[in-house]
Design a protein around this ligand. Structure first.
Ligand SMILES: [Zn+2]
Ligand SMILES: [Zn+2]
Length: 172
């Protein structure tokens, strides 16, 4: 964690975190996307104005402890899943049907919250008026249908070796 550099290179940093009570822990490789999501589901699941989201590859993610998954239909009718610690209720993971192989973690659960460097804003059309928006990063009114441009905005800064992995993932 300490080897994160502010020039944007994440090196071999591990992204570790846990729920409020510590029953659930995770350990992940570098994210393929970091951003804020202002969609209705993210607002509700966090009880806040947006969710600080870290998208990681499931192939490089280990979760220990039990997760309770809830299936929710998104506004667009797609299946999504949100996972919680059954002991303390902390929101831990999110999955989108259209992004297989990718898991979203919530930055607030990181052991080192400074690892979160949001590079994109999603679903701005749903942002409550009382939330301050960072306009210095690319923003989308919704979530682009093709997720690739979203990942493009951050992945090169996080880990230059990721584009191949992501391209493969998106193709599959
Ligand atoms: Zn817990
Ligand atoms: Zn969202």
């Amino acid at each position: 964690m300490a080897d994160i550099k502010h020039d944007g290179s994440a090196g071999q940093a591990r992204y570790t975190g846990q729920c409020l009570c510590g029953s659930v822990r995770y350990d992940s490789g570098p994210p393929i996307m970091m951003g804020r999501c202002y969609c209705v589901d993210c607002r509700r699941v966090t009880g806040s104005g947006y969710a600080p989201v870290i998208a990681v590859l499931e192939a490089d993610l280990t979760i220990t402890g039990e997760i309770r998954l809830i299936e929710i239909r998104s506004a667009q009718g797609l299946k999504t899943w949100r996972g919680f610690c059954p002991q303390c209720g902390s929101p831990m993971v999110g999955h989108l049907q259209k992004n297989p192989g990718v898991t979203a973690l919530y930055a607030g659960t990181l052991d080192d919250p400074e690892l979160f460097r949001p590079g994109i804003n999603l679903w701005l059309e749903r942002a409550p008026s009382w939330v301050e928006i960072d306009r210095s990063v690319p923003g989308f009114d919704r979530q682009p249908d093709d997720a690739a441009p979203v990942y493009d905005t951050v992945r090169d800064a996080v880990d230059p070796t990721l584009p191949t992995t992501v391209a493969k993932l998106m193709a599959g």
